[in-house]
Design a protein around this ligand. Structure first.
Ligand code: VGL
Ligand code: ZN
Length: 225
C-alpha cells in the first residue's frame, strides 16, 4: 500500500467540527453513532501533535432559514431552494444559547486556540468552516479562518467531527480550494446519510483531500517537525 503523506507537525491545525449536543444521540439533529468519535478526537486534541486546535460551533439564531419549520409545507431533510441553490431543510438545531448548541463537555476544549461560530446569518447557512453557503447576493463569504491560520503559519489542516457528509465535507473542499494541504480523518467523522459515504469519499479524493484514519497519524514515525 502506498505511504500516506503526513502533515508537518509544526504547521498543521486540527479542526474539530461541530461536536455539539444536538448532533449527538438524542439531539435535535442526531448523527448516527456521533458519540463514537469522542474518545479518538479527545486523544488527538491532547496528543501534542497539533500546535493549533480550532473548534467550530454551529450557532444559529432562532428561526434560521435552514430550518424546515420556517418554510410552508417543508419537512426536515426535504430539499429546498435557498437563494437559488438547492439545499437541505433541517430540524431546528444548534439554536444560540440552548443546551443543544453547547460543545460537548466530554472534550478538552481548553486545548482549542479558537472557537469559530458559524451559521449566524439568519438568511444564509454555513456548512464549511471557511465559507458560508450561498447568500442572497450570490456570494459565499469567507469566515476569516483561512487568514487566521495563514497568519499563524499553518499550511495543513486535519479535519474531524460532524457531520462527515455536511460540515466536515464542505470544510475539506474549501480548505483545499484555499490552498491548504488537507487530511480527512474518516474514522473520526460520522454521516447524516451514510449511504453516500463512498460517493463522498471519491469526490473528496478527486479534489485532492487525503482521506486517512487516526491511526495513520498516530502510528506515523516519520512526521517531520
Ligand atoms: C451540520 C446540518 C446542519 C453539520 C450543521 O454540522 O454537519 N449539518 N447544520
Ligand atoms: Zn446547522
Amino acid at each position: 500500500m502506498a505511504e500516506i503523506p503526513l502533515p508537518r507537525r509544526s504547521s498543521s491545525a486540527l479542526i474539530v467540527t461541530d461536536i455539539q449536543y444536538d448532533f449527538m444521540p438524542g439531539g435535535a439533529l442526531a448523527v448516527g453513532d456521533g458519540d463514537a468519535i469522542l474518545p479518538g478526537v479527545s486523544r488527538l486534541m491532547t496528543s501534542g501533535g497539533f500546535p493549533f486546535v480550532v473548534a467550530t460551533q454551529d450557532w444559529h439564531p432562532a428561526g434560521h432559514i435552514s430550518f424546515a419549520s420556517q418554510h410552508e409545507g417543508v419537512s426536515p431533510f426535504d430539499t429546498l431552494s435557498i437563494h437559488g441553490h438547492e439545499d437541505t431543510a433541517w430540524p431546528d438545531h444548534c439554536v444560540q444559547g440552548t443546551r443543544g448548541a453547547e460543545l460537548c463537555a466530554d472534550l478538552p476544549w481548553d486545548r482549542a486556540c479558537a472557537v469559530l461560530r458559524k451559521g449566524m446569518d439568519p438568511e444564509s447557512d454555513s456548512y464549511s468552516t471557511f465559507r458560508n453557503n450561498w447568500d442572497r447576493h450570490g456570494n459565499r463569504p469567507p469566515t476569516g479562518l483561512a487568514g487566521y491560520l495563514r497568519e499563524r503559519g499553518v499550511d495543513s489542516v486535519v479535519l474531524c467531527g460532524l457531520a462527515r457528509d455536511v460540515c466536515v465535507y464542505w470544510s475539506a473542499m474549501d480548505a483545499v480550494a484555499a490552498g491548504f494541504h488537507t487530511w480527512f480523518l474518516w474514522d473520526l467523522t460520522r454521516a447524516v446519510v451514510p449511504e453516500k459515504d463512498e460517493e463522498n469519499r471519491r469526490e473528496l479524493e478527486q479534489h485532492g483531500v487525503t482521506v486517512c484514519t487516526m491511526n495513520d497519524l498516530l502510528n506515523a514515525s516519520g512526521r517531520e517537525s
